[in-house]
Ligand binder design. Structure first.
Ligand SMILES: Cc1cc2nc3c(=O)[nH]c(=O)nc-3n(C[C@H](O)[C@H](O)[C@H](O)COP(=O)(O)OP(=O)(O)OC[C@H]3O[C@@H](n4cnc5c(N)ncnc54)[C@H](O)[C@@H]3O)c2cc1C
Length: 298
């Protein structure tokens, strides 16, 4: 049963953040409500005031600005999966957005809400690590930038202060020639595991991994970039890299996964699927990079 609350509809970021500052613990930002209203209905959280971010000017829209995709915090997953610029220039992110939840949730759920809820079993936060993405945050004392890698500090916890609003997600294009794959796996509505791999290959008959980015989510309390695994794979031939993913590099990923026991499975099980899915994601990323050719990444 949902307790009564007052819905505020500010039109500027300044108005929204001063409402949050003045109302303190009694208020929360509200976007699509697909998470917030569920926990409020279940009685897990109660707020007397909700501050609607969808009425705030400047938080809608997707723009490509000098190779950086600027996504307003109130943009829905559905808008992202349908965006021509995403499908053309950020194909990996578009493919992740298409697989978030179901169409009803994607129609109203926002990327900003997904990142701010910091539910460990989520996809976009993991995929955004492959792009070295960051977010812009506004508070009563101004605006600041936080790397997506530093945004989630634990389950349902972020680096945002209570009176701060996430205003924008900035996603730089992958370097030329880099392309990737994101695989998710799970038995429940939400993912048990998400692994993203992006690679740039050298030319020639026996291409090697010139550069690689690896991100892992859902198995641990927050999404992770696996830089030790990247170092292990960088410079290897594609054939050796695929073999390593089932060997040393896979073991390294499992060890670095920070896997925890939860309703989706034991930490041991999650370490096992991490290794399996790293290999599969790497193979698909290599195929994507070969298909994209040396100039164009996605
Ligand atoms: C059935 C179901 C299946 C799902 N499956 C998946 C899945 O497979 N993968 C996946 O990644 N996700 C999944 N989700 C999560 C879904 O993506 C999120 O519910 C959605 O993106 C949250 O956005 P929202 O706009 O509804 O957030 P809200 O519910 O409005 O808000 C969520 C939280 O973020 C805060 N917040 C919102 N906007 C801002 C802002 N701009 N600044 C500061 N704080 C803000 C709110 O205060 C609240 O704490 C699933 C959800 C459901 C219900």
């Amino acid at each position: 049963m949902l307790r009564p609350f007052r819905l505020h509809e500010p039109t500027t970021v300044e108005e929204a953040t001063s409402l949050l500052a003045d109302l303190g613990d009694a208020a929360r930002p509200y976007a699509g409500g697909t998470e917030l209203l569920l926990v409020m209905k279940a009685g897990v959280l109660a707020y007397d005031h909700l501050v609607n971010v969808k009425t705030v000017a400047g938080l809608a829209g997707i723009e490509l600005d000098a190779g950086v995709l600027r996504i307003g915090a109130a943009v829905t997953h559905r808008e992202l999966e349908s965006s021509a610029v995403l499908r053309e220039r950020f194909a990996l992110l578009a493919s992740v957005e298409r697989r978030v939840a179901n169409v009803r949730v994607r129609n109203v759920g926002t990327l900003g809400g997904n990142l701010c809820f910091a539910e460990p079993h989520s996809d976009p936060g993991t995929a955004l690590l492959l792009y070295d993405a960051s977010v812009e945050v506004a508070g009563p004392s101004g605006r600041r930038t936080i790397a997506v890698e530093a945004l989630a500090s634990g389950p349902y916890e972020t680096a945002l202060a209570d009176d701060e609003l996430l205003t924008r997600i900035d996603v730089p294009e992958l370097p030329a020639g880099m392309a990737g794959a994101y695989l998710k796996f799970g038995y429940h509505q939400r993912p048990t595991l998400g692994v993203g791999v992006a690679v740039r290959l050298s030319g020639g008959a026996r291409p090697a991994i010139e550069d690689v980015r690896v991100a892992l989510g859902s198995v641990s309390p927050r999404p992770l970039r696996l830089r030790d695994v990247e170092d292990r794979l960088r410079g290897c031939s594609t054939a050796d890299a695929v073999a390593l993913a089932s060997g040393d590099a896979g073991d390294l990923a499992a060890a670095a996964s920070e896997a925890v026991d939860d309703l989706h499975g034991s930490a041991e099980y999650k370490r096992h699927v991490t290794k399996v899915y790293l290999g599969r994601a790497l193979e698909q990323a290599i195929e994507a990079a070969l298909a994209a050719g040396p100039e164009r990444g996605a």
